[in-house]
Design a protein around this ligand. Structure first.
Ligand SMILES: [Zn+2]
Length: 361
């Protein structure tokens, strides 16, 4: 959304800073080369789907691409935005009239399960799509969370992709391409974000965050090549504290009296925002148990510092228990999506982890 369409206090509160530089994106060599070639040959496609999990940097990539198309000063590198001209500064501030990012400025986390309606698409995209660009040669629309577009909204966008005005560029960002209509997918160039190599991420964490070596390894194994997650984990101790907590709890939960894990559930549920982080950590724990139980190599553990504990635990539990636990986490995620009380969700989950409940088969 252009800032002028946003209530003033909201725009100020969020202080938007969009990325204009391909260099600030870790890895993604293949995608960058593809885009550089298209920019140099002036053969940029009308519509792209950029897919990748949350935190993989889809929006950063999309806005860098947009800036490269809109920049007025390509003297240094024809395929990259200069980051200094009027157009680039406006992209950074979210005020470029030739770039619209749908729903930018709203709390994206709250949009996770909410759908993007045809009205939002009309208002922020279709109403202006036939107006020629103000400055640049292109008019760029970025749709984050495109998996949340309703069927109607997708059909409306499809028409624009089928017969686009020559200057229009549309980028649909999604963590799930399956949710997009086949007719849309067949008309877009699909680019999928790749995991960032550990060596690159390690350098980055040491340089940018001055993370000491012993912490880097833990961060790398949990980030799994996801730049956003790595940044979040590196920014403070909170994440590694959670890791320690989960290793301690799950390593002992089958031996704890139920009143103890009920109390833990209550405590975790109090921090609503963190519950999903914990669910992710639970899944990784059971994934590691499975790895060692099936004879996998310890070097592939996510909980790399807890090899002994996981080995011992994997010998005590059955494959059935691991499978039930993983399914129970998936169900817990669905329940949170449906706004079931976190405490109840965790109670049910811990009952499965502790072995007293088989869960819902
Ligand atoms: Zn520029």
């Amino acid at each position: 959304m252009k800032a002028k369409n946003m209530p003033r206090d909201e725009a100020q509160e969020e202080s938007i800073q969009l990325n204009t530089s391909f260099d600030r994106i870790l890895g993604q060599r293949g995608i960058k080369n593809h885009l550089y070639a298209a920019l140099r040959a002036n053969s940029v496609s009308h519509a792209y789907i950029i897919s990748g999990e949350k935190g993989s940097g889809k929006l950063k990539l999309a806005t860098a691409f947009a800036a490269a198309m809109l920049c007025e000063d390509h003297a240094e590198r024809p395929e990259c935005a200069c980051g200094k001209c009027r157009m680039c500064i406006q992209v950074q501030n979210g005020t470029n009239p030739d770039l619209s990012v749908l729903n930018l400025g709203k709390d994206m986390s709250k949009k996770k399960t909410a759908s993007i309606s045809i009205d939002e698409v009309r208002e922020q995209m279709l109403q202006s799509i036939h107006i020629r660009p103000y400055h640049g040669r292109a008019k760029v629309y970025i749709v984050p969370d495109a998996q949340n577009l309703t069927q109607q909204a997708q059909n409306a966008i499809l028409k624009s992709i089928e017969e686009p005005p020559p200057y229009v560029r549309i980028m649909l960002l999604t963590d799930n391409t399956e949710k997009l209509l086949q007719t849309i997918r067949s008309r877009c160039v699909e680019l999928s974000m790749k995991a960032v190599p550990d060596s690159l991420m390690r350098q980055f964490l040491m340089k940018e965050y001055r993370v000491p070596d012993y912490r880097t390894s833990a961060i790398l194994s949990f980030a799994q090549g996801n730049e956003g997650r790595a940044r979040e984990y590196a920014a403070g101790d909170a994440f590694l504290d959670k890791v320690r907590y989960v290793a301690k709890l799950l390593g002992a939960i089958r031996d704890l009296p139920s009143y103890e894990w009920v109390a833990e559930a209550a405590q975790l549920a109090a921090d609503k925002a963190a519950v999903r982080d914990y669910l992710g950590l639970f899944t990784s724990w059971y994934r590691d148990l499975y790895l060692l139980k099936s004879g996998g190599d310890r070097k592939y553990l996510i909980y790399s510092e807890y090899g002994e504990k996981i080995q011992a635990e994997s010998e005590r539990v059955s494959y059935g228990y691991i499978q039930r636990s993983v399914s129970a986490v998936e169900r817990a995620e669905e329940q949170l999506d449906r706004n079931v009380a976190p405490e109840l969700v965790l109670d049910n989950l811990f009952a499965v982890f502790s072995g007293i409940s088989e869960g819902i088969p």
